[in-house]
Ligand binder design. Structure first.
Ligand SMILES: Nc1ncnc2c1ncn2[C@@H]1O[C@H](COP(=O)(O)OP(=O)(O)O)[C@@H](O)[C@H]1O
Ligand SMILES: [Mg+2]
Length: 289
């Protein structure tokens, strides 16, 4: 099988080393392969699992083309297509999932007509690792509008959200699912504590700690998985990121079905659980004798 990664992380990141060890322990022969390496013959793998393909953001079309060409891809190409554009949040919202309140602007919209209140976050709908994501104070609305204008001029759809202050006290909760079943949780500290956090890097630095999910968080996660336009058990991996609204209720910031860090470090059993899930999928695909 292949673990798809990007050229900047040809051997995957530190957290995924736990997965490589767990796969080895399960006697699964896994190779790290760079997704846009033109020399690779993807048909030779019994399974390809997307892991650290973080440089696709500026070439999302090429990435999705690649995904549609790779046989036996996890998660599957239609899932990646749906999930790489955060407009899916609006779809989930329409199905009753509580999300961070979001105003959407598509290229051609006039940023001067945008109503902004208080502290806001501006980000493009296709992004990862906090890139092009900025927080603006109540006295910085002109800068915020300029950021919106820049993204729109680049042909990108823009999201405007209130800054959720709860992430500073509590952080962001990541719920991890393997084969659609709850696995473990992690806490991510607030990221937008300074300007241009990601800079030219593929992602901003993150501080991650283990977390025991609350009942309210687990319920919110289940609601998300039930509202997806895919059968949850078809997803090898899924991550639901929640932040606390002003009244403390968890609301969805992001659903990661493409290339999420799975925070194996936060649960001693998680990497083995993932390796077992991969093993079951490999068996399902093995020819019967
Ligand atoms: N509305 C918001 N309020 C507070 N923090 C936010 C908000 N939106 C994003 N952030 C911060 O920016 C980070 C990146 O944003 P996110 O929406 O998760 O996009 P991605 O991880 O795909 O870059 C989050 O982890 C969070 O710390
Ligand atoms: Mg995120």
């Amino acid at each position: 099988m292949a673990l798809a990664t990007c050229a900047a992380f040809p051997e995957l990141d530190d957290d995924d080393q736990l997965l490589r060890t767990a796969l080895r322990d399960a006697d699964i022969d896994a190779e790290c392969v760079v997704w846009d390496d033109p020399a690779v013959d993807w048909t030779r793998f019994a399974l390809t699992v997307v892991r650290d393909t973080w440089d696709y953001v500026d070439r999302c079309g090429a990435f999705l083309d690649w995904a549609s060409r790779v046989p036996r891809l996890c998660n599957e190409a239609p899932v990646l297509r749906w999930n790489t554009d955060k407009r899916y949040l609006d779809e989930l919202h329409q199905r009753g999932v509580p999300i961070v309140p979001t105003t959407w602007l598509t290229p051609g919209a006039d940023p001067q007509g945008l109503r902004i209140d208080g502290e806001v976050v501006i980000k493009p709908t296709v992004s990862a690792g906090s890139r092009n994501t900025e927080r603006y104070g109540a006295a910085e609305h002109e800068e915020a509008r300029r950021h919106v204008a820049r993204l729109l001029a680049d042909g990108r759809t823009v999201m405007v959200q209130p800054y959720i202050h709860g992430v500073e006290a509590q952080g962001e909760t990541a719920l991890l699912y393997i084969n659609g079943e709850y696995s473990h949780a992690a806490r991510k500290a607030a990221i937008l504590v300074q300007r241009n956090v990601a800079g030219e890097a593929l992602f901003a630095a993150e501080s991650i700690t283990p977390h025991i999910a609350t009942d309210a968080e687990r319920a919110a996660g289940d609601r998300v998985l039930g509202a997806l336009p895919f059968d949850r058990s078809s997803l090898l991996y899924a991550r639901v990121d929640l932040v606390p609204a002003d009244d403390g209720t968890p609301v969805v910031l992001e659903v990661e079905l493409t290339e999420p860090s799975l925070f194996f470090r936060c649960d001693d059993e998680a990497a083995a659980r993932m390796a077992a899930a991969v093993g079951r999928r490999l068996l399902r695909r093995a020819p019967r004798v």
